[in-house]
Design a protein around this ligand. Structure first.
Ligand code: SF4
Length: 295
């Protein structure tokens, strides 16, 4: 049985009209990271890896457990009207934390399996090339978890300011491509947007001294990216970049479904570009207030 490496999906949706909204620009342009100059190179040798049957079962077990935690959250009372009270059951936080920790554990398990087959993951603290140059996708439950993390950091306003700057840059890029002149059949708008954003060399607002400042609260998409080649090669401007061998460990269909189910229960639709979603949540919905957790 083979386990396939998949691509990160950064889905963009139309936003509700609000103080922070990106609905005036074409948002259906991004579905994944397939822009030719940005796409990680997949070495034919690792495109599919044969895992022993018991390892496949263990990974499936991880996925079931993660999905179960997320469904548990969906079943909690007090979700449908949480927006009016800015209050959530404390089990939301506990189960979500368990789910993301389990996801990290499942990635480590998979990496251990790779090691047995002679592939060694070379990612290390301080190497943050995957935190730069690309917009980060996020779901609503992750956004809430991250918003809580921003408050926990004690420097909410600093992060907020940096998100504002990042959103402005993102908006500028999108504005360019809402011009009909760019509706050229020869080039996909999505690819052009990604390429332009990429050229800005803009770090994630949460990156400081090459370290993620909200690491325990980071979105799933930030947890799934790995490199088998030298971390330096991940720098898009490194001369060996085109030879870098990277892969993403997607959480799997069940987990996406569970996240979607939870998102529906929360009745909150904001941008799924991290910085845009955070601004909408902070300004329009939470009005900078902290989330109240109740037992
Ligand atoms: S949230 Fe953290 S891990 Fe994710 S891109 Fe930003 S700095 Fe990197």
């Amino acid at each position: 049985m083979n386990y396939c490496f998949c691509m990160i999906h950064v889905a963009l949706e139309h936003n509700n009209a609000s103080a922070f909204s990106s609905s005036s620009v074409p948002m259906e342009i991004l579905r994944d990271y397939t822009e030719p100059h940005i796409q990680p190179r997949y070495d034919a040798a690792i495109e599919t890896v044969s895992l022993p049957e018991d390892a496949i079962e263990t990974i499936a077990h991880f996925q079931d457990k993660i999905a179960r935690y997320l469904f548990e959250i969906s079943c909690l009372s007090g979700l449908s009207d949480w927006l009016s009270r800015k209050t959530l059951p404390s089990h939301f936080f506990k189960y979500f934390q368990k789910a993301v920790n389990l996801y990290d554990e499942s990635c480590q398990y998979f990496i251990g399996q790779l090691r047995r087959q002679g592939f060694s993951v070379r990612c290390e603290p301080g190497c943050a090339h995957c935190c730069c140059h690309m917009p980060t996708g996020i779901s609503t439950p992750e956004l809430i978890y991250l918003y809580y993390g921003m408050h926990q950091s004690g420097v909410f306003s600093r992060f907020f300011r940096r998100c504002l700057e990042a959103e402005e840059q993102w908006r500028e890029v999108l504005k360019t491509y809402s011009d009909p002149a760019f509706c050229d059949e020869s080039a996909s708008i999505r690819e052009s947007v990604l390429r332009s954003y990429h050229r800005l060399k803009h770090d994630c607002p949460f990156l400081q001294e090459r370290l993620c400042q909200i690491y325990p609260y980071r979105p799933i998409v930030c947890r799934m990216h790995f490199s088998l080649s030298s971390p330096h090669w991940c720098n898009p401007f490194h001369f060996q970049n085109e030879h870098a061998v990277r892969f993403n460990l997607e959480p799997g269909e069940k987990i996406f479904e569970a996240l979607q189910h939870l998102e529906n229960r929360l009745r909150l639709k904001v941008s799924d570009i991290m910085v845009c979603g955070l601004l909408e949540l902070s300004v329009n919905i939470m009005k900078f207030d902290e989330i109240n957790w109740i037992n």
